[in-house]
Design a binder for this molecule. Structure first.
Ligand SMILES: C[S@@+](CC[C@H](N)C(=O)[O-])C[C@H]1O[C@@H](n2cnc3c(N)ncnc32)[C@H](O)[C@@H]1O
Length: 368
């Protein structure tokens, strides 16, 4: 299993699901995982050969299950491109490590990594169309490459705005390569290097650089995309963020908890939030920096040990609030106590803390 396969398996949210789809199943690894928490699994691929491997692995897994583990859900394997084999159906989970590599005309293309669509068409097609096969509340998780033209979010936002079904979206950009680095990466993956075949390398390298130049792309992004069809009403989540640091594995539970926190926050007024007792998560630590002779630290950093490993700068009030969140007192009670202690008007203290508390709940520093 390659790095991308492992990443997708790690980020997939493993709640029990009704129908699951693995698009571009290859050897069937994502279908195998999905069959452990989905009632029905459909796995597609454009390659009949890949589907043969998937069937082999399914049977192998079933044989192992007969030796004592629970029988896994059987897979419905279907040949066809992108969403064609499942048009008109609905799934509760769609996972895909799709053939997302951008390959210009004139450079070598491979079925396992190129979907046969122009430019970053694989990711754009999924962003536009995957909602058509999601049941209400259904989630799609996939990986992909996208062209960057200036602001990296612009092209993705535009594709999301054009989605056939409006979706909640959370996209994490993990890596950015300039056209030359991208060309080298995928030519090397194809076994084409300047040492082995200088003229072929040069021609293909120039094809990549010229193709990106022709469309005005400065770079290529890689990342993790999580989309959700709202169970009811309009989407409430649109989060596009860069995160190049290490991620905990599996990350699926973190993503699931963040979506749940988002839904709670979206449905909770500031007054209700102030009336809620929250608890600081067990993986959060506090780092302080400052001169030993000063009573107050100059910088306070709250850091997560798990999940995204995020860290945030906190002022004295926010650090004081987090330090008092043991689940007993409400956010409002702590904020008022801090206002008295730090001699700040209560309204100002509350107004400053509420948005920060929302962010901390969303990102799992504080839990309900
Ligand atoms: C990067 S591999 C992923 C394999 C596997 N799902 C995994 O996670 O390791 C991409 C798969 O997509 C398939 N594929 C290529 N073009 C496709 C298309 N247009 N529609 C569906 N699948 C396609 C390839 O045959 C290959 O099996």
């Amino acid at each position: 299993m390659g790095g991308a396969s492992t990443t997708l398996a790690s980020v997939t949210m493993r709640a029990p699901r009704g129908r699951a789809l693995d698009l571009g199943t290859g050897c069937g690894i994502q279908a195998l995982h999905a069959s452990l928490h989905g009632d029905a699994v459909v796995a597609t691929d454009v390659s009949a050969r890949a589907l043969g491997y998937a069937r082999f692995n399914e049977l192998l897994n079933r044989a192992a299950a007969e030796a004592g583990t629970p029988a896994p859900t059987p897979w419905d394997l279907r040949e066809g491109s992108m969403l064609e084999p499942v048009a008109g159906e609905q799934f509760d989970l769609v996972v895909s490590n799709p053939p997302f590599v951008i390959t210009p005309p004139g450079a070598p293309a491979f079925e396992y990594r190129d979907g046969g669509l122009e430019r970053d068409g694989v990711v754009r097609t999924l962003l536009r169309d995957v909602g058509t096969v999601l049941a209400p509340g259904g989630v799609a998780q996939f990986l992909g490459n996208w062209e960057i033209h200036g602001d990296w979010t612009a092209r993705l936002e535009e594709a999301l705005d054009a989605a056939a079904v409006p979706l909640d979206a959370w996209i994490v950009q993990r890596d950015v390569l300039d056209p030359a680095e991208y060309a080298e990466t995928w030519l090397r993956d194809a076994g084409i290097t300047p040492d082995r075949d200088p003229s072929r390398f040069r021609a293909a390298y120039e094809a990549y650089v010229a193709a990106f130049d022709a469309v005005g792309a400065d770079a290529v992004g890689f990342g993790i995309l999580t989309l959700r069809r709202p169970a009811a009403g309009a989407p409430t989540l649109r989060r596009l963020e860069e995160h190049e640091g290490a991620l905990a594995a599996p990350l699926g539970p973190t993503l699931a908890a963040a979506l749940e926190a988002h839904d709670w926050l979206a449905a909770t007024s500031d007054a209700e939030l102030l009336d809620t007792a929250v608890t600081v998560a067990p993986d959060v630590t506090k780092e302080t920096y400052g001169r030993p002779l000063l009573a107050e630290p100059e910088h306070i950093l709250l850091r997560q040990g798990g999940g995204f490993g995020r860290s945030i700068k906190a002022d004295t009030a926010l650090a004081g609030l987090v330090g008092a969140c043991d689940g007993e007192l409400t956010v409002g009670q702590i904020a008022h106590a801090l206002a008295a202690l730090l001699d700040v008007p209560a309204g100002q203290m509350v107004g400053g803390l509420v948005p920060a508390v929302r962010d901390l709940v969303r990102d799992g520093f504080l839990t309900r």
